[in-house]
Design a protein around this ligand. Structure first.
Ligand code: GLA
Length: 404
């Protein structure tokens, strides 16, 4: 979901003196925390976006995922308030949103502010005695690109609140609160992968996460040491999980698990797949096939990483894409073309990453061929009449932390 469209929800009844949300003299320069709120911040926290190496649409089926954190982050500068108000400003939205804690309720805060407000609501709903805050947000995580800008926003605010109010919650507890904010307050039925990635990833490693019990292992990913780079090709087709298609897929998986008498599709092993498929209506079979084999692909990818054989990841990625395209059906012509063009240009493998319906493709390439692969994908997009993809290089970075 893209937190790109701010909605000013200033409550006309509040008694706080108005502040100027943007510097009217130079609108290009974003105002500082002190300029916005008339005092210094107590601290600053950062939380990253992510790319998932493999394990897509497995998290809400209680399966495996293998994300890395991106160097791109959402930063939250924050200071406590004791008057029951939450004030939010974002350098991307350029608008001050002021909310009364007492008014926070699921569905009550539209637009980007719903994500941070939802985290505060989730904390209070879970019994944490937290008050208000002034928060200034800034982000270099591309939004709507399938790189988890929403989770980064939630996790930056969760980490900030944990620090401001001395809650001492673990990274995984904060991730679960952030997911609750998105599920119950914003209304997007996402799984736990993005929030766990943003909170728990470590530099130089992928997070091998079992979403059934949230047990996790940091698996070293030394791309540079292997002479490899991970390209991220943002197709610029805006992906949005809030439009119902994601919820429908999730419901289909849950229905299939119910029909098979399983708590979740995770419980179905590849050996039992063929038999299980015969017991399902035709339209659910491809979903189940994807989830079961995708879980096995995560385990295969981890084995390759553990063996230090990084190029062997490539075919696993490409097979994962074919499954998302043909069975789970969440790719689109742009992501399919990016994968095809990257592989044709010499990538070891490529796949869409994240929820799908647009967003980004990752491609595992030899360092020396990265520019060539990016140029070939760009050329293919031009020929097809698509907007030029935006290219980043992903290095496994650090999860949420205090930076000041
Ligand atoms: C989105 C959701 C995640 C996960 C992926 C698909 O990113 O937020 O929970 O379901 O899609 O793997």
């Amino acid at each position: 979901m893209s937190p790109a469209h701010p909605v000013n929800t200033v409550n006309p009844e509040n008694t706080v003196s108005p502040v100027s949300p943007v510097n009217p003299v130079n609108p290009v320069n974003a105002p500082t925390f002190a300029e916005l709120y008339g005092r210094p911040a107590e601290g600053e926290w950062a939380a990253p976006g992510r790319v998932n190496l493999i394990g897509e649409h497995t998290d809400y089926n209680l399966g495996f995922v293998l994300p890395i954190a991106l160097p791109q982050t959402v930063r939250a500068q924050a200071a406590r308030r004791d008057d029951g108000l939450l004030r939010l400003w974002s350098a991307q939205g350029r608008e001050l949103v002021e909310l009364r804690l007492a008014d926070l309720a699921p569905g009550a805060v539209p637009g980007w502010a719903g994500y941070p407000a939802g985290v505060v609501w989730a904390l209070r709903d879970a019994g944490h005695e937290v008050g208000g805050a002034d928060i200034r947000l800034d982000s270099d995580v591309p939004s709507g690109a399938g790189l988890s800008s929403s989770a980064a926003l939630e996790c930056a605010v969760a980490a900030a609140y944990d620090g401001l109010y001395g809650l001492g919650r673990s990274a995984s507890e904060l991730a679960q609160l952030a997911q609750r904010a998105e599920n119950a307050f914003v209304g997007v039925p996402c799984g736990i992968m993005d929030q766990m990635a943003s909170m728990c990833c470590r530099p130089g490693a992928a997070l091998f996460l079992d979403t059934r019990d949230l047990s996790a292992r940091q698996v070293p990913v030394d791309l540079a040491g292997a002479g490899l780079a991970l390209l991220v090709l943002d197709t610029r087709v805006k992906h949005d999980l809030g439009d119902g298609a994601y919820a429908a897929l999730r419901a289909g998986c849950e229905k299939a698990a119910g029909l098979l008498g399983l708590p979740a599709l995770r419980s179905l092993e590849p050996a039992g797949l063929a038999d299980a498929l015969t017991r399902l209506p035709e339209e659910l079979r491809p979903l189940v096939r994807h989830v079961v084999i995708e879980n096995a692909r995560v385990e295969a990818a981890v084995a390759h990483l553990d063996a230090g054989d990084l190029p062997a990841l490539g075919p696993v990625l490409t097979a994962g894409h074919a499954s998302l395209r043909d069975d789970f059906r969440v790719s689109c012509p742009e992501t399919d073309l990016a994968v095809e063009a990257a592989v044709a240009a010499g990538a070891h493998g490529a796949r869409m990453t994240g929820g799908g319906f647009g967003g980004s493709v990752i491609a595992l390439v030899d360092t020396g061929r990265a520019d060539h692969v990016a140029a070939e994908v760009t050329a293919a997009f031009r020929t097809a009449g698509y907007a030029e993809p935006r290219t980043l290089t992903a290095t496994p970075a650090e999860g949420a932390r205090r930076i000041r």
